[in-house]
Design a protein around this ligand. Structure first.
Ligand SMILES: Cc1cc2nc3c(=O)[nH]c(=O)nc-3n(C[C@H](O)[C@H](O)[C@H](O)COP(=O)(O)OP(=O)(O)OC[C@H]3O[C@@H](n4cnc5c(N)ncnc54)[C@H](O)[C@@H]3O)c2cc1C
Length: 277
């Protein structure tokens, strides 16, 4: 596993987990929450991540919940991507996350771990950004609920010792028409060149993107142009791409020019699909 030793804890409740984190910090340890463990193990082997105390969240009942009421869907952060694919409570989430990694890795990778991952793709967050979901976050001072856009800006901003417990989504978004398109440089598993997830609600198209910039984001400003009925489809796309939140990535996966070309094509496909209805 990792190239260093660490203690392993499996708390049975939210309060036990946060108290344990706090106590370990007071002892001078460097605790880390552990969900699917894929990133902690991978980055630990490379000595990019260090911990001497792992707190496995998967024994906590609230973390494993999948609950659907007439009005909302609650997804526990501990559900693996394969569990989401198999139960399919949120088709856009299933579609977007089913493109992450290979099937064996997806039996381990969790929704919570992907949203909180250090590797910046975090594709599982896209459907929740599109649906203005509510995040349940546990800290030493108790449990709090936050609209996702208040706490997720490029990454999930958590106070030290806090962890993401659940995500709650209004059912109207779950039933909305959607598209999710992932383009890779090669092969059909692995990290994206670009992934764009989109849905249409109240006659407006919403777009969230991973792989284009070094963080996933909801493209609020681009949406204004994509929904401007005064413009032709080409004009909508040309105006939208003037409003990216940061320069486009330029790396071994693809040049920024190539990513921009791919993005335009994806946006075109999305507009065609979602403007139908
Ligand atoms: C072969 C392979 C291919 C992959 N391809 C992609 C891809 O294309 N796109 C993509 O988005 N991802 C991809 N991933 C997954 C990604 O890189 C991470 O490994 C994964 O999302 C981490 O999830 P996990 O549940 O294993 O988290 P863990 O490894 O358990 O945790 C990841 C980080 O989040 C923290 N953490 C975990 N849970 C919580 C929580 N509830 N609250 C607060 N902090 C928490 C941990 O302390 C750690 O720092 C791939 C992974 C593999 C192995």
């Amino acid at each position: 596993m990792a190239t260093y030793d660490f203690d392993y804890y499996q708390p049975k409740s939210i309060q036990e987990a946060t108290s344990l984190f706090h106590a370990l910090k007071l002892e001078g340890k460097s605790p880390k929450y552990f969900s699917g463990g894929t990133e902690i193990i991978t980055l630990g082997r490379l000595n990019v991540v260090y911990t001497d105390a792992v707190i496995d969240l998967k024994g906590i009942p609230e973390y494993e919940v999948l609950y659907s009421s007439e009005s909302r869907l609650i997804v526990g952060g501990g559900l693996s991507i394969v569990q989401i694919e198999e139960s399919n409570p949120f088709p856009l989430l299933s579609k977007t996350s089913s493109e992450i990694a290979d099937h064996t890795s997806r039996t381990k990778i969790t929704i919570g771990g992907n949203i909180c991952a250090e590797i910046y793709y975090r594709e599982a967050v896209l459907p929740f950004l599109l649906s203005d979901s509510i995040l349940m976050i546990a800290g030493f001072d108790g449990i709090k609920f936050f609209p996702i856009h208040q706490v997720f800006d490029r990454y999930l901003h958590l106070n030290e010792g806090s962890f993401l417990v659940q995500v709650s989504t209004d059912r109207k978004f779950i039933e909305a028409p959607y598209v999710s398109i992932k383009r890779r440089r090669q092969w059909n598993t692995g990290y994206p060149l670009i992934t764009v997830a989109a849905l249409k609600i109240d006659n407006q198209i919403r777009v969230a993107i991973s792989g284009l910039c070094p963080f996933p984001f909801r493209a609020f400003e681009m949406e204004e142009h994509l929904n401007n009925d005064q413009l032709t489809m080409d004009e909508k796309i040309e105006d939208a791409i003037l409003h990216l939140p940061s320069p486009i990535l330029n790396d071994t996966e693809g040049s920024s020019e190539y990513r921009l070309f791919v993005l335009k094509n994806i946006l075109f496909d999305i507009l065609i699909e979602l403007e139908k209805g």
